[in-house]
Write a protein that binds this ligand. Structure first.
Ligand code: CO
Length: 431
């Protein structure tokens, strides 16, 4: 399958961060990677291939060189996307309809979630013989819809509508009396009375499509950041490995600030890398020495210049769809990029024949943030923030360039295949 079709089918199968980790784990299993448990002591060996998950929603995979550990070359992206999460007491009724009481997860464009078929996915907590166990669920059918107010009751709607998440964003799921909980339990093949908890999210039912006169674009939910997740998985599995340890991180909770037990601000990455070095090198300074020689790529999508709103972007530091991999910079270090790391990654891309673009926000528009600089407060190494140019970030349906997914896969594969040696004096040598 080519990268475009592979990406579109991946997005269709991945409604939540839980499902992202489940899909990636299945791909790693098929490629012969061994699953490690955080509760065990890890029996890892040089040349081995492993992965570990936390909370079923974050995953770190690594591939060791035959020589030991070397340094780490890390690609990190995020598996979560803005959505609405069901509250603990989610059943609501109104005007004869059954509704779901939900709250925002992340900063979405709320209006884009209205008047389109939605469904529910996440995990159910099931009480059974082995204790309380989480089971993934995806109610894979059109199940819910958040109806707009007609323009007749809001004549100024086209001048802008202030939406209130507590009032405007509750989806209808049937007529009053319908048993929503039983429908979700049935989709998970669980008896409803054994379900004792849940982490359930709404998701857009629209499938990923290619559009345009010559198919220049992909429109899909969750392109931020499943596009970089899919690219990093494809590149990680396709790379041949070198004298360093290749690491792929897909982390949860970027959309709510990363400050969770499995997010980029958590100890998940540093604990994983410490266990790798401790298992293969008994020296108590092995981790710090390896980290000092390592390099991280933080991959999260970027803002393509909007053709209807060109003034929102810096005239000299704007990027376009289908223009290649974007290197993002910000003086306040919302992006981890600096002059040295940008030059190093640009060198990797150019050597691989991948086009590169440079992005910086207008000085009077804050723009966004991502996970790279947050991860670096725990795991310190040179790092670059990259992404692919897309429109309508955090809409329920986003748009990206169809050529770019191939660009990103090739860039990340070249990154893993290169030997990026960070020297004692800070110099970076790329072989
Ligand atoms: Co993102």
């Amino acid at each position: 399958m080519d990268a475009v079709n592979g990406l579109m089918s991946f997005i269709d199968r991945v409604p939540t961060a839980f499902h992202a980790v489940d899909e990636i784990a299945a791909s790693l299993d098929a490629a012969g990677y061994a699953r490690l448990q955080e509760t065990d002591r890890w029996p890892i060996a040089p040349g081995g291939r492993y992965y570990v998950t936390r909370n079923q929603s974050s995953l770190i995979a690594f591939r060791l060189p035959a020589s030991g550990v070397g340094h780490f070359q890390i690609v990190a992206s995020h598996g979560d996307s803005p959505s609405f999460k069901l509250k603990p007491a989610f059943a609501r009724t109104g005007e004869g309809c059954a509704l779901l009481n939900v709250e925002k997860y992340g900063g979405m464009l709320m209006s884009t979630w209205m008047d389109r078929p939605l469904s529910v996915a996440g995990r159910l907590i099931v009480d059974g013989p082995g204790g309380l166990r989480a089971r993934l669920v995806n109610v894979d059918r059109d199940l819910a819809l958040i109806p707009n107010l007609p323009i007749h009751f809001n004549r100024d709607a086209n001048d802008g509508v202030a939406l209130n998440a507590q009032v405007d964003m509750l989806p209808v799921v049937g007529m009053e009396g319908v048993d929503f909980a039983a429908a979700v339990a049935a989709a998970a093949r669980v008896e409803p009375d054994r379900v004792v908890g849940a982490d359930l999210f709404l998701y857009n039912r629209q499938r990923a499509v290619r559009f345009g006169v010559d198919g220049a674009f992909i429109a899909a939910p969750r392109l931020d950041d499943l596009e970089c997740v899919y690219a990093s998985l494809t590149a990680f599995l396709g790379a041949k490995g070198g004298a360093h340890t290749d690491v792929m991180c897909v982390l949860d909770n970027e959309e709510v600030g990363s400050g969770t037990r499995q997010g980029a601000a958590s100890p998940f990455l540093i604990e994983t890398l410490r266990r790798v070095t401790a298992a293969l090198d008994g020296n108590p300074q092995a981790l710090e020495a390896a980290l000092a020689a390592s390099f991280m790529v933080s991959a999260d999508n970027a803002h393509a210049a909007h053709p209807n709103h060109p003034d929102k972007y810096d005239k000299d530091n704007r990027v376009r769809m289908n223009g290649g991999v974007v290197i993002k910079s910000n003086a306040s270090q919302k992006y981890a990029t600096d002059g040295l790391s940008a030059a190093a990654f640009e060198h990797v891309c150019i050597s691989a024949g991948v086009p590169v673009q440079r992005f910086s926000n207008r000085s009077d528009i804050a723009g966004g943030s991502t996970l790279g600089n947050i991860a670096l407060t725990r795991v310190s190494m040179p790092a670059v923030d990259i992404g692919l140019a897309q429109l309508a970030m955090h809409s329920a349906c986003e748009t990206a360039g169809a050529q770019d997914i191939g660009h990103m896969v090739r860039a990340m594969e070249a990154f893993y295949n290169a030997e990026i040696a960070v020297k004692a004096d800070g110099a970076i040598e790329i072989r």
